[in-house]
Design a protein. Structure first.
Length: 146
């Protein structure tokens, strides 16, 4: 079993600037894209991608940046999935794809969109929508579902 370190969220929060350098954010994102490709090739869809679920690898850190995707509690098997399972799940809106934020059916591209948002946050500290807009969208989603 591989020992993993802190999450990307924790390490980013420790940085005085609140973000990573562009090169490190890109390296982390490339690890995530590779991980998502592997997951999709194995026939799974994660559905809960955000900084808290990306952990630094202890073994590979000495050779450079390595990040692993964790928390597969909401993951689904794409080969044996009823359509209703592709409906949105409750993930952090800041990292959620447009489909998740607007209650549309999700697919593989949504996970890459989530990684893009993670890259924006890691490199610049801000996502595609502000916190106040994020809260408004969350409230709208809750009103829609309940």
């Amino acid at each position: 079993m591989e020992k993993l370190e802190d999450s990307v969220a924790v390490v980013r929060a420790r940085n005085e600037s609140g973000c990573f350098s562009d090169s490190n954010a890109l390296k982390i994102s490339l690890c995530l894209v590779s991980g998502i490709q592997y997951l999709h090739e194995a026939g799974y869809h994660h559905r809960d991608l955000h900084e808290g679920n990306f952990l630094f690898s202890f073994v590979l850190l000495q050779m450079g940046v390595s990040v692993k995707i964790t928390d597969f509690g909401l993951a689904v098997d794409l080969k044996n999935i009823p359509t209703k399972e592709l409906l949105p799940v409750n993930t952090k809106c800041l990292f959620a794809s447009s489909a998740l934020n607007y209650g549309l059916e999700i697919n593989k591209k949504d996970e890459y969109e989530s990684i893009l948002y993670a890259l924006l946050i890691m490199a610049g500290g801000l996502g595609p929508i502000s916190e106040s807009e994020n809260m408004k969208k969350t409230e709208e989603k809750l009103d829609h579902w309940f």
